[in-house]
Design a binder for this molecule. Structure first.
Ligand SMILES: [Zn+2]
Length: 269
């Protein structure tokens, strides 16, 4: 085994953005893994390159971060290269919202329920499926949607500060069809205290999309769904001010703007 340090690539990302990492294919290269923010994320081969997607969390402190990349070759050689990612500050405004009081002053029972569900969700995001289910770019869950740019807003509910908005709210009427942003496996499909009727999809490589506040869920846990498949109907369940679709993207523990995922060229095979 030999380890050779190579020139680092320089990348720029904003707080709360998905980022594609690529490595050129080389003779005998059989695998690549990026060590990024405490996670080991595999690459998949796409023609002449190897690609993966990593997330820069909303609250990552601006500065330079290094992704160490391990390249494995057929003859058991391992090479180490690195990408330097410069994370730049992004301003996220504060939004004041008024919701039913039970979503701000939680009863003991609701507190217990929401903590249990938070644990369940954290366990989902901690799992990394080492392959990509998708082979096409990600698409919006409501075709042709505009707006939905309130990702990352600092939020104050009924005068009380709460966690920043971890997704984008898309305009939708109750009953509008909601589509899977890409191919993947349903890992959660049920009612949650804050999220209402919720569907979570695992796309592989640590990329998850979530669809919240649905009036109706049309998929089951474990089900493989194709890109564009109708997975539920929009609604106003959970902590909402009215009907809309909350669309979220998580890349392992990083909260990223879902629209930043649409801008990536990544199309693993
Ligand atoms: Zn939302």
């Amino acid at each position: 085994m030999s380890v050779v340090a190579m020139l680092a690539a320089q990348l720029v990302a904003l707080q709360g953005q998905a980022l594609e990492l690529t490595q050129p294919h080389r003779p005998e290269l059989i695998g690549a893994v990026a060590h990024w923010q405490g996670n080991a994320i595999p690459y998949v081969q796409q023609g002449d390159s190897w690609v993966t997607i990593v997330g820069v969390d909303l609250d990552v402190v601006p500065g330079k971060y290094t992704a160490e990349i391990e390249l494995s070759f057929a003859d058991q050689r391992v090479e180490s290269v690195s990408d330097v990612v410069e994370v730049r500050h992004k301003d996220y405004p504060t939004t004041e919202l008024t919701v039913a009081p039970k979503y701000v002053q939680l009863s003991a029972e609701d507190q217990e329920r929401s903590s249990r569900e938070a644990g369940e969700i954290a366990a989902i995001y901690a799992r990394l499926t080492p392959t990509a289910y998708w082979s096409e770019p990600f698409s919006a869950p409501i075709p042709g949607v505009s707006g939905g740019r309130n990702f990352g807003h600092r939020r104050v509910f009924n005068g009380e500060p709460r966690a920043p908005h971890s997704g984008a709210d898309l305009r939708a009427a109750s009953g509008d069809e909601i589509r899977a942003a890409n191919t993947g496996r349903v890992v959660l499909a049920k009612n949650l205290f804050f999220s209402g009727n919720a569907v979570f999809i695992d796309h592989g490589l640590g990329v998850y999309t979530t669809y919240l506040h649905l009036s109706k869920i049309l998929v089951e846990p474990g089900q493989l769904v194709e890109r564009g498949a109708v997975i539920g109907l929009a609604g106003a369940t959970g902590r909402v001010t009215g009907p809309h679709l909350h669309w979220g993207v998580r890349i392992l523990d990083a909260r990223v703007d879902p629209f930043s995922l649409l801008e990536l060229a990544a199309q693993p095979q």
